[in-house]
Design a protein around this ligand. Structure first.
Ligand code: ZN
Length: 312
């Protein structure tokens, strides 16, 4: 496991200039750093390309007050701190990995492998992402001066990058790509995957908002509204007319965190492991409903959906 910071010096060197430097920009635009950023933007179907990046960067250099869509202005305004942070990460690579791994294993079975390469990148407003090739990408620009939260988001992405056997991956691939299971993985499966990752990131008592806003105290207060969207999405699936507009609006972080935390506090890890190891969404979700029933607390699901899930 390594933390790869290749190319960060090129970006920092370019952003430190007082004026837009064409030569340094050319180096930056053709660097692996830029490739990672552009590939990620493309994967999310955003209209980002070399030209849009150049245009925005030029405006940032020209006008101190301009706030671009990719967050480059934040990087430029905090360039000294960013440089310090990158240096710290480089010099303390092993300690950081050790701390994060120890933390993640509190929520993972001992025998499960996590062995990702961590690539530090910059650009855009996302905090990071993990790929099926077991690489974890973290946008350090979102955590300037906040390396504690940086380590917490690493833990989140480590969970997504857990090692899964080829056989299990193949089964999952089949399930998530073919109807009728696909819609269940896009809704309840996604909720568990992000929910457990958020549990790993924040622990079982939530205090501090995620700097990139995936999980905030405000969202937690609005959980009833998020459950309402989920109920409507599940109703459409139940009626065999899955409404993808609704399914896309499900907030897997907030709902997933509430559900995973409830299961974790009442039953510990074994039920969550059903998802972590086997991608079984039924058992954890049913267990969640049963815990709520036992405690006489509303689950957030309406009674029709609750019955439907229990009988899945
Ligand atoms: Zn995630």
């Amino acid at each position: 496991m390594n933390i790869i910071t290749d190319g960060m010096d090129i970006v920092i060197d370019f952003l430190k200039e007082s004026n837009f430097n064409e030569k340094k920009f050319k180096q930056y635009i053709s660097s692996p750093q830029m490739k990672i950023f552009l590939r990620h933007e493309k994967r999310l179907k955003r209209q980002t390309n070399k030209e849009t990046v150049k245009k925005e960067l030029k405006r940032v250099f020209l006008n101190e007050g301009y706030e671009d869509n990719y967050g480059f202005y934040v990087l430029r305004r905090n360039i000294i701190q960013l440089e310090k942070d990158v240096k710290y990460v480089k010099e303390n690579e092993k300690e950081i990995i050790k701390r994060v791994s120890t933390h993640v294993y509190k929520y993972l079975p001992d025998k499960m492998e996590i062995n990702p390469n961590i690539v530090i990148y910059i650009g855009g407003l996302d905090g990071g992402f993990a790929t099926f090739t077991r690489d974890v990408y973290i946008n350090i620009g979102r955590y300037i001066g906040n390396l504690k939260e940086f380590e917490k988001v690493l833990a989140h992405e480590f969970y997504h990058a857990r090692h899964i056997s080829i056989k299990k991956k193949a089964v999952l691939f089949f399930k998530i790509n073919f109807h009728p299971e696909k819609v269940m993985y896009d809704s309840l499966g996604r909720i568990l995957e992000e929910g457990i990752a958020c549990l790993v990131q924040h622990g079982s008592s939530f205090h501090i908002d995620d700097p990139i806003g995936t999980l905030t105290n405000r969202d937690m207060l609005l959980s009833k509204d998020y459950f309402e969207i989920l109920n409507r999405a599940l109703q459409s699936i139940k009626d065999e007319k899955p409404d993808y507009r609704l399914i896309c609006r499900i907030n897997p972080y907030v709902l997933g965190y509430i559900i995973s935390k409830t299961i974790y506090k009442d039953k510990g890890l074994p039920i969550l492991d059903e998802w972590t190891l086997n991608f079984n969404y039924k058992k954890p979700i049913k267990t969640y409903i049963n815990i709520c029933r036992k405690k006489g607390k509303p689950s957030g699901f309406n009674s029709e959906i609750e019955e439907w899930i229990i009988n899945l």
